[in-house]
Design a protein around this ligand. Structure first.
Ligand SMILES: NC(=O)c1ccc[n+]([C@@H]2O[C@H](COP(=O)([O-])OP(=O)(O)OC[C@H]3O[C@@H](n4cnc5c(N)ncnc54)[C@H](OP(=O)(O)O)[C@@H]3O)[C@@H](O)[C@H]2O)c1
Length: 291
């Protein structure tokens, strides 16, 4: 029988809520905290306990899973909870924070006496709901047995990339993957926007690519959403905007010129200003037409 542990999930947005549900399904004890309490409340029906604040959530937790928007949000929540963290607890940090965002989190983990596992995930709403995420992980060997109980519940595959989370091997790889993901999202949105502008039937465009080397399941999924004007967030646009900034910033710091990434960051930022932040990232399509 699999060992049951107590897990605190901080951040119950699209991804955190789905991950908390899968931890509950696996039989673990789960306490959730979310800045906006109403967004955590549906998890009570699944068996979660709602905490009043991050400190209340992490008390007695064997593992703390953070899944908030960005590094500063994670830092603030875990710093406020630090006095209540169990010494030796395992902190599974799955929010996309980039190597820069990870550095202060690693310092905080050392200060608080907990084991940090840098554990960004690949996969969006549906894989998260189905417990089919891919986990990129880096953390100390003594933390792995507990971390793997979490990963077994939320994911289909874990790739271990190193023992020292401060090296940010997992967070660096995650940015590389997301630079590709954002390229497909923006490429899909702009191709469909151009088709609309030029009076081209989008079905002709998608039909030409079908089954060939230019085709991609992600293109199909995102194109279907645009054509149905279904903006339900799978990968929220505000998160994509944050990732685009992380990618452009990381490239600048390592001396690599990424013109498309910079343009992508500006495009997502404009879409957020236009009020599309809570929609799916492919709603960047709308930024081609709004003022
Ligand atoms: N969706 C995806 O496809 C996907 C895939 C892989 C990784 N990720 C990463 O997973 C993380 C969560 O993404 P998501 O898709 O679940 O986004 P989401 O649905 O927008 O949820 C964001 C979460 O962050 C919280 N948050 C935002 N700012 C905060 C702050 N200043 N203080 C405290 N909490 C704050 C939100 O709380 P409120 O409810 O109060 O706003 C919410 O719990 C992000 O780092 C994202 O990049 C997402």
């Amino acid at each position: 029988m699999t060992q049951k542990i107590t897990v605190a999930v901080l951040g119950t947005g699209v991804m955190g809520a789905a991950m908390a549900r899968n931890l509950l399904k696996a039989g673990h004890h789960v306490t959730v905290w979310n800045r906006t309490r109403a967004r955590a409340e549906p998890l009570v029906a699944d068996g979660a306990r709602i905490a009043e604040d991050p400190a209340d959530a992490v008390r007695d937790a064997d593992a703390v899973l953070t899944m908030m928007l960005d590094g500063p949000a994670v830092l603030e929540a875990v710093r406020s909870a630090a006095p209540q963290l169990r010494p030796g607890a395992v902190w599974v940090q799955s929010s996309t924070v980039g190597p820069e965002g990870l550095a202060p989190l690693a310092a905080l983990a050392t200060e608080a006496g907990v084991h940090l596992v840098d554990a960004p995930v690949l996969g969006t709403r549906a894989p998260a709901e189905q417990g089919q995420l891919q986990v990129l992980a880096a953390g100390p060997r003594e933390a792995r047995p507990v971390a793997e109980l979490v990963f077994d519940a939320i994911g289909q595959r874990t790739v271990w990339l190193g023992d020292d989370p401060a090296e940010a091997a997992a967070s660096r790889l995650k940015l590389v993957v997301n630079s590709w993901v954002l390229s497909i999202i923006n490429g899909t949105a702009e191709a469909l926007a151009l088709a609309r502008g030029l009076g081209v039937d989008p079905g002709e465009f998608l039909g030409l690519l079908e089954g060939g080397s230019l085709d991609s399941p992600y293109l199909r999924m995102k194109a279907k959403a645009v054509l149905a004007e279904d903006w339900t967030a799978s990968f929220p646009l505000s998160g994509a905007a944050k990732d685009a900034r992380l990618i452009a910033g990381a490239a600048e710091r390592c001396g690599v010129r990424l013109d498309v990434a910079e343009a992508s960051a500006r495009r997502f930022a404009r879409a957020v200003e236009q009020g599309h932040g809570d929609k799916d990232a492919v709603a960047t399509y709308l930024a081609s037409f709004d003022d």
